[in-house]
Structure formats: C-alpha cells, structure tokens
Design a binder for this molecule. Structure first.
Ligand code: PLP
Length: 448
C-alpha cells in the first residue's frame, strides 16, 4: 500500500508532497525548513492567515470548559454567539442555521432543507434539483449529484440523483448565441425554460455558485443574472440556493457573495472561511420563509449530524469572525480588489497564454489558453495545472491551480485567494511567484 503522502500525491500532484510542520500569518514551513507563501489560503480557506494566537486561545479556553455540547442535550454560548454574528452579517431574513463540519455537509443540508420545505407545504412532487455545468458543490452523493464537474463524478455515475443541468454562466466563454452583454438574460431564460419543461410543480430548488470556484476558476455571474433568477424562482415557487462555501464569508469582498448582486437567496451554504481552517465548520443558512414552513410542521430541520454545532468549532468561528469584523477585513478585501487584479494582470502581462484574469475580492483566477484569440485551451493530457502546482511549490508558493474549466476536461486556471490580512508586500510576492511559476512551466518544451 502507498504511504499516505505518496498516495495523495499520486492523485493530485506530479511530485511527492512536502511535510508541513508550522505556519504563521501568510507563511508555511515544511520539515526541510523550506518556506511557502500562502497565495490561496490553501483551498480558499485560511482567510486570516495561520497561527493566530487569539483564535488558538479561544479554542483552548473552550476545550478547557467543554469540547462538545451535543445538540439534542444542550445549547452553548459559542453556538449562540456565532448565530448572532452570522445573522448580523447576513442581514435580511437569513436568520436560521444548521451547523456542520464542512462544505459538502453544508450543501447536503441546503438540499434537504429545500426538500423539507416543500414536504412541509404538502408539495411532495417537488423533488427535482436544477444546477449548472462547471460547478462544484461537494463530494457527498447529494452534493456530487448537483455538481457539474465531469472528472470528479465519473466513477460514481449510475448512483447519483437525476439533476437538470444548465449551461455555465461565464462571460469569457458565453453560451452559443449569447454575448457578454446578453448572457444574464439568455442564461436566466434557460432556467425558466427548464422549470417549464420539467413542470414547475416538480422542481424543488435551483442551486448555483454566485462566483464559481474550483470548477470554473473564479467566474462571477454577469450583472443582473442573480436578480433575474431570483424573480424566476419566486414566479414558480422554486427555492433558490446559493452555494457560498468558497465565495462566502467575505472572500469576494462582501460577507455574502450574493450581497453584491443585491439578492437574498432562500438558503445558502458557507464553510471554508467561516472558521478559517482553525477547526472544521460550515453552515446551511435559511430564511424565515423556509423556517416558518419547516418549524411549524416538523419543529426542526431533519438534517444535521453528531457534530452539528460542535462547541469548539463554533468557538473558533466566533473568534475568527470577531477578528474579521474588528479589523474590517471584508472591507479591506473589497477596497483592494481592483489593485489585486491589476497586480496579477501586470505580473502576467508578458505571458501570451493568460487569456483572462477574473473574479471578485481576493478570489481571482488567471485562465490559461493555447490561443488567446480562439480561447482554445491546452489539451488535458498536458496536465498543465498540475505542473503549475508543483512548480509553485518548488518556488515557495501555495496557489490553487485546477483543470477542466473550459469543457469539463480541458482547461487550466490558477486561483489566487490570499488571506484577507496579507500585506501589500505579501500580495506582491504571491503574484510575482505565480507569474514566475506559470512562465517556467510554459517554457517547458513538452507543453508546446
Ligand atoms: N461547495 C463549493 C462551492 C466548494 O468550493 C466546495 C469545496 O471546494 C464544496 C462545496 C465542498 O466543500 P468541502 O470540501 O468542505 O466538503
């Protein structure tokens, strides 16, 4: 049997994995003494950097009191405080939470809340989900079913839910017949057409990422799209689920990613940045409308797990969110957005293969193409994104390269998602090392 590091490197990387031993702020250190700057918060998680003493102390204090107050026996200060913080951050009617330990569980709970909402209203025929291609919602079977990420789904086909799938909404690669200007309208119409095709009385919910993460490479929907789909969901009684596991908790310059679009979903997921990786934490957040229906009939959502509302995890979330709020880090991300994009564009200006730089806040990707004019991607067999990940590690940089964004198989993007509190010098080091790593990989003759 392969050792763990070898096994995972076999799947995810082109080389052996370094062994990480400690980290502080934006820097990680491996067992050989090598330093890496964290250009992507790992997988868009470590939003306040590493080794934060205030968060660590809050967790230790909680552990000294009680690690875990089981949800059917107790409530806790940490859980109640976190709920108040999230309510304040969401505003509007998003007042109810199911806490979980990660993104997939959060999405799974969102899907189940939507089903339970319709059940509570006696609408048992509304069982079908609609989702989009080039999206990623997680690895559990339900979340995987609604995901549109071919490579990650293939081995499980046959046991997944039958889900309606719409085109990706990507201004760089608009669907046939749409221009960047008409994209919002064309793609919203696709949702309405699918609801009518299936029959509105059969549709449970539409789930989408407001800014597509791993499956597309930081792809924001065009202006007006979210408002249009909100109106369509309302028209046909379809629940709108915003998957903000990656894009939420401030990553895109607003605490809720959809805030910028002026839209409130019925249900949303949040995870990665919520406790910033200090402990595993996610949440499915649902509005008063959904809560009224579910609570009046069932009393409580029929989802959640043994570690739902885990006390030490909630304490970590509270400590992280207090820092994010006190240091105005979401505001900082928004204020620095155009500067960060400009820095990436400037650093990669001489790289012909960089076809697009896009995203929101500190969630920005560079898409690499073989031909800038035609936007033809590099062939998947080159595994360009994997080589860039390895080269970046060699250069002392953690970034988040992903493949398959163009058509589900081909395509390469490099996602940058630095900690919200990175200094200007750190941002500069991140973009410089990213450009250097891309340049060095492209110079490899085998990639052509
Ligand atoms: N949803 C989105 C948008 C994600 O990006 C991810 C993970 O990358 C998930 C759900 C699944 O989260 P997790 O890996 O924490 O289960």
């Amino acid at each position: 049997m392969l050792a763990r590091a070898e096994a995972s490197s076999h799947i995810h990387s082109t080389g052996g994995l370094p062994k990480v031993v400690w980290a502080k702020g934006s820097y990680l250190h491996d067992a050989e003494g090598k330093q890496y700057i964290d250009g992507s918060g790992g997988p868009a998680v470590y939003c306040i950097g590493h080794g934060n003493a205030e968060v660590n102390d809050a967790i230790k204090t909680q552990l000294d009191r009680i690690a875990h107050g089981y949800r059917y026996n107790f409530t806790t200060d940490a859980l109640e405080e976190l709920t108040e913080i999230i309510r304040g951050r969401c505003g509007g009617t998003l007042n109810h939470m199911v806490y979980v330990t990660g993104g997939s569980e959060a999405v799974e709970s969102c899907l189940k809340l939507a089903l339970q909402y319709h059940s509570a209203r006696g609408d048992m025929s509304r069982r079908r989900f609609i989702a989009r291609e080039r999206s990623w919602h997680g690895n559990t079977l339900g979340a995987l079913s609604v995901s549109g990420f071919l490579e990650r789904k293939k081995p499980f086909e046959g046991s997944l839910l039958d889900v309606s799938r719409l085109s990706p909404v990507n201004a760089y690669r608009p669907v046939a017949g749409a221009t960047p200007e008409t994209l919002a309208e064309v793609c919203a119409k696709e949702l309405e057409d699918e609801i009518l095709r299936v029959g509105p009385d059969k549709v449970c919910a539409f789930i989408f990422e407001p800014v597509v993460g791993a499956a597309g490479g930081c792809v924001p929907a065009p202006q007006g799209y979210a408002k249009r789909i909100r109106a369509i969901c309302d028209r046909y009684g379809v629940i709108m689920i915003s998957d903000e596991v990656m894009s939420g908790a401030g990553r895109c310059g607003h605490w809720r990613a959809l805030e910028r679009d002026g839209v409130e979903p019925d249900i949303m997921s949040v995870a990665k940045g919520l406790a910033a990786g200090y402990l595993p934490l996610g949440a499915a957040i649902y509005n008063d409308k959904v809560a009224d229906a579910i609570h009046s009939v069932y009393g409580t959502p029929m989802t959640g797990h043994t570690f739902t509302g885990h006390t030490a995890c909630c304490a970590a979330g509270v400590a992280v969110q207090k820092i994010v709020q006190r240091e105005k880090l979401v505001e900082r991300v928004l204020a620095n957005e155009s500067k960060f994009i400009a820095m990436i564009k400037e650093a990669t200006r001489d790289i012909e293969a960089v076809g697009d730089v896009r995203g929101r806040g500190y969630f920005i990707a560079a898409e690499l193409v073989k031909n800038r004019k035609t936007k033809e991607p590099f062939a998947a067999e080159h595994k360009l994104f994997m080589h860039i990940r390895q080269k970046a590690l060699d250069n002392g940089l953690i970034c988040y390269p992903v493949g398959g964004n163009a058509d589900g198989i081909n395509g390469d993007v490099v996602i940058l998602a630095p900690p919200y509190n990175s200094t200007d010098a750190e941002l500069d080091e991140i973009v410089t090392k990213t450009a250097k790593s891309i340049r060095e990989v492209l110079a490899d003759k085998r990639l052509g």
